[in-house]
Design a protein around this ligand. Structure first.
Ligand SMILES: Nc1ncnc2c1ncn2[C@@H]1O[C@H](COP(=O)(O)OP(=O)(O)OP(=O)(O)O)[C@@H](O)[C@H]1O
Ligand SMILES: [Mg+2]
Length: 378
């Protein structure tokens, strides 16, 4: 027994080229991967194309807004379209994708937009300089710019002004051809969005949640790209789709289940992935959306979330503020902002506290132990 253990351990660590017995292309199950097919979003992709199409004949394109709940193919769909534009070489046009969440200040965002258009990180410059650099590209060859998670931009100081700059680029820069595709999750969309700003975003393209059969077909296509032929049973894909559908219709959950199930089958030397592996993979995969969210929190948000995960359910906001203040000294306004952020991310739910007009009860949307476990891993 011991010999066997040592033997397998040694062979496990023996360096060499890894050849999977299960996967053809495991990467096809990651969230950033742009798949070969993007089914059930044909209408939305056609609408986006219609908005930007004039640019390919040297005219000014229109802006548009892709909006809908989580995991409905907004980011993936736009990336898929950009890949098609690059492959089909439809004309000399630059496509650039920037996620505002990761570049929260206006100058960071502008610098990232320039980098993604030119392929090189620009030296530090004023906002005007960045904007005029973008304008030059827009005049020369035309730019289609996707701004993802614009709600993150709108929550920052001067964010709205920067967005105006982009959306009205064509008006101020003669001969500029720039089409802005805004992407926003409807759950985190600001409730008080300025109607003027909204009208500059142009046509609204809605991405509804997927039906069960649609999720199944999406997962089948992704599995076809990811697994070696015959290495996953169709019943297993159907079960993964059910789980995915029941977990908020989140395609990411399904993709994560398939990848984890493939790894389980491989580690155990299984012939193919069946429902057993799927069931086991689901135990962890169901927390994937929470895990992604925790990664994007800053230090103070994580501290506050930890305090919530350590206290009893339904803790009142004044009590929570006291606990939080033991560790971080912040004003009540700042504390409220942090808490609101956790609510935006749908990590916590705030309910009215009986008998109080301002105070709230705070509830975690995920099991406490899981939140603590994942926070510890960060
Ligand atoms: N029709 C589809 N075909 C293939 N893969 C899809 C499809 N729809 C979504 N996906 C995949 O599901 C995952 C989640 O989709 P996506 O990232 O586009 O969601 P989203 O609408 O941008 O959600 P969020 O608002 O949370 O960012 C991605 O890996 C994406 O490639
Ligand atoms: Mg997205």
């Amino acid at each position: 027994m011991i010999n066997k253990f040592i033997y397998t351990t040694v062979s496990f660590w023996t360096p060499g080229k890894y050849v999977s017995e299960v996967f053809k292309r495991e990467e096809a199950l990651t969230f950033e991967y742009v798949p070969e097919k993007f089914v059930h979003r044909e209408g939305q992709l056609r609408e986006i194309s219609d908005s930007v199409r004039p640019i390919f004949t040297g005219r000014r394109p229109f802006n548009c807004l892709c909006i809908g709940p989580t995991s409905t193919g907004k980011t993936g769909g736009v990336k898929f379209l950009f890949k098609r534009i690059a492959e089909e070489e439809v004309g000399e046009v630059k496509t650039a994708y920037v996620n505002c969440f990761f570049h929260p200040s206006p100058s960071q965002l502008l610098s990232e937009v320039v980098r993604s258009i030119t392929g090189r990180r620009p030296p530090k410059a004023s906002r005007e300089k960045y904007l005029s650099a973008i304008g030059e590209w827009a005049k020369d060859i035309g730019v289609i710019l996707a701004l993802d998670e614009i709600d993150a931009l709108l929550r920052t100081k001067n964010g709205e002004e920067i967005l105006y700059n982009f959306l009205r680029f064509n008006e101020f820069e003669e001969e500029a051809k720039i089409g802005i595709i805004c992407i926003m999750n409807e759950a985190t969309a600001p409730k008080d969005l300025d109607p003027r700003l909204r009208s500059y975003m142009g046509r609204e393209i809605y991405f509804p949640p997927y039906e069960l059969e649609e999720i199944t077909e999406i997962l089948r296509n992704r599995a076809r790209e990811a697994f070696l032929p015959g290495k996953i049973e169709d019943e297993a894909i159907r079960l993964a789709s059910h789980y995915s559908y029941n977990e908020n219709r989140d395609v990411r959950v399904g993709l994560e289940i398939l990848r984890r199930a493939g790894i389980i089958a491989e580690n155990r030397g299984k012939e193919r992935v069946g429902t057993r592996e799927i069931k086991e993979a689901f135990k962890e995969a169901k927390y994937i959306s929470m895990k992604i969210l925790l990664h994007s929190l800053d230090e103070e948000e994580r501290t506050l979330l930890r305090k919530i995960a350590e206290s009893e359910e339904g803790i009142s906001t004044p009590e929570l503020y006291e606990l939080f203040s033991e560790e971080v000294s912040r004003t009540p306004q700042h504390f409220r902002k942090l808490l609101q952020r956790l609510e935006w991310y749908r990590l916590v739910e705030l309910r009215p506290l009986p008998g109080s007009t301002r105070a709230r009860e705070v509830y975690l949307r995920f099991p406490k132990e899981k939140v603590r476990e994942y926070l510890d891993m960060l």
